[in-house]
Design a protein around this ligand. Structure first.
Ligand SMILES: NC(=O)c1ccc[n+]([C@@H]2O[C@H](COP(=O)([O-])OP(=O)(O)OC[C@H]3O[C@@H](n4cnc5c(N)ncnc54)[C@H](OP(=O)(O)O)[C@@H]3O)[C@@H](O)[C@H]2O)c1
Length: 308
């Protein structure tokens, strides 16, 4: 099968499409024939060598890319059927394929995952759209879980028109947060549809001490902490670069984890239209470089999706 990997991290030209044996499923694993794999910032960062420099990647030959997959189950390992009766050959599924230190990821014809990361895609929801959900929907959900009870409180979401921030605005509004969205003026319609009560272009527009909680997918850091009241909660997205604490605020970061039940719920919401699906473009697996250039150019709304 084909897989996209990086051997020497660098610009998009460092991406390589290689032929490798189709991975064999072990006990407690399932294999997915990939129909769609979304391209995310973490893939750009991995390809560019951010995690190699942090010492998080130690692959002898090559590093696989891709955290988001949707496709059909193509092999089921021993003990999976008994423990997870919903996962059977041919089922339409989506999964989080987590980790930066692995030889193969979701950018491939087939990918092996743990059933704990897999959810069935509801009838009526296309696999291209489903592939944009796992990483970013789960990250938004898990960040909101850290922030706790909304109880009418005011939450600033930065990067609110991005993939993580977009899901966070919608989920937070549904939970009862009073949501302020930091995004571009051109994003006003999207964040309003998502349930945000206010759009700001900068944290300074809000003023110091004006919100109870911040979720910061745009990684604004200190300037986003400034708008928190004393003792407010800050959740970022970069675990190795969390802003300094102050005024009883103890900033922390979300680090996404697989959660099959939560992913199933998110996919149901996408199928029902209560979470908006946004696909920017689809390209063949072999045109992965075009997608990486597109993500790096910035400004897109919705994901580039690779189609093997
Ligand atoms: N820790 C974890 O588990 C985890 C999980 C998933 C993602 N992440 C990280 O979360 C971050 C966001 O991911 P994503 O997929 O949501 O990225 P994305 O889709 O590119 O969204 C980022 C958004 O932030 C906006 N933005 C950035 N700076 C801004 C500013 N100063 N003012 C207004 N808007 C601004 C961008 O707008 P423009 O396009 O107009 O610039 C874009 O809409 C990435 O760093 C990713 O690696 C972490």
């Amino acid at each position: 099968m084909r897989a996209v990997v990086v051997t020497n991290p660098g610009p998009a030209e460092a991406l390589r499409v290689i032929d490798v044996p189709t991975p064999v499923v072990g006990p407690g694993e399932v294999r997915i024939a990939v129909a769609a794999a979304a391209v995310n910032p973490v893939d750009i960062q991995t390809r560019a060598g951010v995690y190699h420099e942090l010492g998080w990647v130690d692959q002898p030959e090559h590093t696989g890319l891709g955290w988001d997959v949707a496709g059909t189950v193509s092999a089921v390992g021993a003990d999976v059927t008994a423990s997870t009766p919903t996962l059977q050959m041919g089922m339409r599924v989506a999964a989080l394929v987590p980790g930066v230190d692995r030889p193969l990821g979701a950018y491939a014809d087939e990918v092996v995952v743990s059933p704990d990361a897999v959810a069935v895609v509801p009838d009526g929801l296309g696999l291209l759209k489903a592939a944009t959900m796992p990483l970013n929907g789960l990250t938004a959900l898990q960040a909101l879980d850290i922030l706790g009870d909304p109880a009418g409180r005011r939450l600033l979401v930065t990067g609110a028109a991005g993939a993580v921030g977009g899901y966070a605005v919608q989920l937070a509004a549904q939970r009862g947060w009073s949501v302020v969205a930091l995004a571009r003026e051109t994003d006003r319609a999207f964040i309003t549809r998502g349930g945000a009560r206010q759009l700001v272009l900068t944290p300074e527009e809000l003023g110091e001490g004006t919100v109870d909680a911040v979720f910061d997918p745009a990684a604004l850091g200190d300037s986003a902490v400034q708008v928190l009241r004393d003792g407010g909660r800050y959740v970022g997205v970069i675990p190795y670069a969390v802003p300094k604490g102050q005024r009883g605020i103890h900033p922390e970061a979300v680090f996404v984890k697989p959660d099959a039940a939560a992913l199933a719920q998110l996919l149901h919401q996408m199928a029902a239209g209560t979470l908006e699906a946004r696909v920017h473009a689809t390209v063949p697996l072999t045109a992965v470089g075009k997608a990486h250039h597109g993500v790096e150019a910035g400004g897109t709304r919705g994901r580039w999706v690779l189609v093997p």
